[in-house]
Design a binder for this molecule. Sequence first.
Ligand code: XBP
Ligand code: MG
Length: 248
Amino acid sequence: MLKALIFDVDGTLADTEKDGHRVAFNSAFKAAGLDWEWDEELYGKLLAVTGGKERMNYYLDNFNTTFERPDNLQEMIAELHKSKTGYYTKLLGEGSIPLRPGVKRLIQEARDAGLRLAIATTTTPENVTALLENTLGKESIDWFEVIAAGDIVPAKKPASDIYDWTLKEMKLDAADCLAFEDSENGILSSQGADLKTIITVNAYTLDHDFTGAAIVLNHMGEPDMPFSVITGNADGHSCVTLELLKQL
Ligand code: XBP
Ligand code: MG
């Protein structure tokens, strides 16, 4: 029986990476006097690693190997990450990043039907709060029974830890829930927790491997903006509704 929906945030609820996180990272680098600059193409490669601090380490290990590392590199990365979170939440506060098509409608429908809602993401908790507040309103934070985010678990996606943690916290079986993801790391994580997963792709994740997904769509669709099915069977539906989810 379908009891709960668990949502990823970045790339799933909103297209936050290219014009949000990436821009905020660059602002933090500049403010710290670093000449690091992550263009759109490089950022696509850096998305192989989830988590901002982990991503900066990955960048230095693979794309900026000549950078002279200070002894306190991890402290420096933590400071940069804090600064980046400030820039990112400010960007969201300006309202520049909307929810993806169908997200608000589906959340509303789920709430009306009494389904339980949760979030499972690798991003920082402040970022989730800022996105929800600026798109669905302040009260929407309480719509989500569990907001599992950031360093709450030691291993970020593709590890299943964040989804395992969420299920445990909600005392739910994976079989009674659905997960919503946009990326390969995301589905590896959700499927690692045995969750059936609905994928909505974005420009950075179009060619990811989504083997095992319940369905892969370009977005969740609105009545006047039908989704396109990439793989799977939408059974004549043109937007993600509870009826379609129950069939999946
Ligand atoms: C999201 C991410 C995050 C953000 C940055 O992955 O990869 O790392 O890019 O977040 P997912 P922080 O959608 O799979 O959860 O900088 O706050 O760590
Ligand atoms: Mg994502």
